[in-house]
Ligand binder design. Structure first.
Ligand code: PNS
Length: 160
């Protein structure tokens, strides 16, 4: 049985993330989506909210679980006896950021990272762009699940 971990901030999860999770399920038995924290980022949603939105976005995806992650990704992977890490790559900038992390994680425990190239139809979608669109009152339903779209719109209204 192959277990894969798909880590990220997911602030919130986009349809691009959902596509990567679905495609990872074609070659793994279980996918654990790890909702983590990048200290260099400011988040719109709390860790608990990001977890709930990720679960709602992935509803109906069989074999996928969403769990909170604190501490090192390699420790999370060890806890869940994961065989591999999955990352989505939208372009050169993503690759440049991900390469040292993949090498570091392999150095630490030997775990490999598999990169899934974003579907070109979804490669322009990022959580930050979606939030920026919403700040300008543009529609965001093409980019995130309905629960996430509603949560973003509400959070922006609360902060106005
Ligand atoms: O979606 P993001 O913001 O790119 O996700 C980054 C995340 C949470 C996956 C990354 O920061 C991470 O793996 N954090 C856990 C801490 C860790 O293992 N740091 C060392 C990475 S080599």
């Amino acid at each position: 049985m192959t277990v894969a971990v798909f880590p990220g901030s997911f602030d919130p999860m986009t349809l691009g993330h959902v596509d990567v999770a679905r495609r990872a399920m074609s070659f793994t038995d279980e996918l654990i989506v790890a909702v983590g924290m990048n200290p260099s980022k400011r988040y719109m949603f709390t860790p608990e909210e990001r977890l709930i939105l990720a679960r709602q976005s992935l509803e109906g995806c069989e074999g996928v679980r969403v769990e909170p992650m604190s501490g090192l990704l390699v420790d999370f992977c060890r806890n869940y006896q994961a065989d591999v890490i999955i990352k989505g790559i939208r372009g050169a900038a993503d690759y440049a950021a991900e390469e040292p992390m993949a090498l570091m994680n392999r150095h630490l425990t030997g775990i490999e990272t598999i990169f899934i190239l974003a579907d070109p139809v979804l490669a322009h979608i990022s959580s930050s762009l979606v939030k920026d669109l919403a700040h300008h009152r543009a529609p965001i339903d093409d980019f995130v699940a309905p629960a996430a779209a509603q949560a973003i719109t509400m959070r922006i209204k609360e902060n106005r």
